[in-house]
Design a binder for this molecule. Structure first.
Ligand SMILES: [Zn+2]
Length: 255
C-alpha cells in the first residue's frame, strides 16, 4: 500500500510531516519541531504516532520529542553521529540503513554539511524524500558544521534520486530562495515557472512543498553548480563544482 502524508506548519516557518502506512496503521513524524503542532496533526488525521524519524539535532527539529515520546511511547530513530545531542533516542542509523514504518521502508542517506551527522530518509517505493535542512525548494541549508565541499557531495547524493521524487524539506523558504536564485540565473525558464507556481501556492495559502526533484534539478542553483552557465554567472567558469557551490552559498548568506 502507498504511503500517505500529512504536511503542516510549526513554529515560525518549520514544516512538520506525518508519514502513514494504511496497511499497518503505523505513523512516523519526520522530526518533531513542536509538540502541539504534531498533536494537532495526529488529531486531524486520526493517525496513531508510532515513530519519530529525526534528521538532525537542531532544536527546531527535536524539541517536541520528549513530550511526544512520553505520551505515545513511540520509537525515536536518529543519526548515529548525533545521538548524544538528541533526546530519548531508541535506535541509531547510518548510511544505507533501512528504517521500517509498519510496511513502509526508508533508506538512510547521510548528508553532512548543515550539521555533520545530518541524515535524510528516502522511501523508494513511494519516491518520497525527507530532506531535513539539507535541500530546500530552490535552496539548501546553511553550511554550519561541515564544509562546502562536503555539502556539495551531499546534494549530489540527493540529486541522483529519480526526478519524480517528491521532496519534503524542513522549512518554508521557497519565495526568498527564488528571489536569490534569480540573481544567479535570471534567464532560467524552469525557475520562472517555479516562481509562478510558488506565487499561486502562496496566494492560495498553500505550502510550496513538496516539489519534485526534477523541478529542483532544473531550477535550484545549489543543485546546478556543475552547469557551465552557472559557473560563468558567478565568475568561476572552469572551477570545480564545489567551489562554484561555495560561492553561490556565500552569496546567499549575504543576500
Ligand atoms: Zn537545522
Amino acid at each position: 500500500m502507498s504511503a500517505q502524508t500529512h504536511l503542516f506548519l510549526c513554529l515560525k516557518d518549520n514544516y512538520g510531516v506525518l508519514v502513514h502506512d494504511p496497511g499497518s496503521g503505523a505513523t512516523a513524524s519526520i522530526d518533531a519541531p513542536e509538540e502541539a503542532a504534531v498533536e494537532a496533526a495526529l488529531k486531524a488525521t486520526g493517525w496513531k504516532l508510532t515513530d519519530i524519524l529525526v534528521t538532525h539535532h537542531h532544536g527546531d527539529h527535536t524539541d517536541g520529542i520528549p513530550a511526544l515520546k512520553q505520551r505515545h511511547r513511540c520509537r525515536v530513530v536518529a543519526p548515529k553521529a548525533e545521538a548524544q545531542r538528541i533526546p530519548m533516542v531508541d535506535e541509531t542509523v547510518r548510511e544505507n540503513d533501512v528504517v521500517r514504518v509498519g510496511g513502509l521502508a526508508a533508506r538512510v542517506i547521510e548528508t553532512p554539511g548543515h550539521t555533520l551527522g545530518q541524515i535524510n530518509y528516502f522511501f523508494p517505493a513511494d519516491k518520497l524524500l525527507f530532506a531535513g535542512d539539507t535541500l530546500f525548494s530552490i535552496g539548501c541549508g546553511r553550511v554550519i558544521e561541515g564544509n562546502a565541499e562536503a555539502m556539495w557531495q551531499s546534494l549530489l547524493k540527493l540529486r541522483a534520486l529519480p526526478d519524480e521524487t517528491r521532496v519534503y524539506c524542513g522549512h518554508e523558504y521557497t519565495k526568498a530562495n527564488i528571489r536569490f536564485a534569480r540573481t544567479v540565473e535570471p534567464d532560467n525558464a524552469a525557475l520562472a515557472a517555479r516562481e509562478k507556481e510558488a506565487d499561486a501556492q502562496i496566494a492560495a495559502k498553500r505550502p510550496t512543498i513538496p516539489s519534485t526533484l526534477g523541478e529542483e534539478k532544473a531550477a535550484n542553483p545549489f543543485l546546478r553548480a556543475d552547469v557551465p552557465e552557472v559557473a560563468k554567472a558567478v565568475g568561476l567558469a572552469g572551477s570545480p563544482a564545489w567551489k562554484v557551490f561555495a560561492e553561490i552559498r556565500e552569496r546567499k548568506n549575504r543576500f
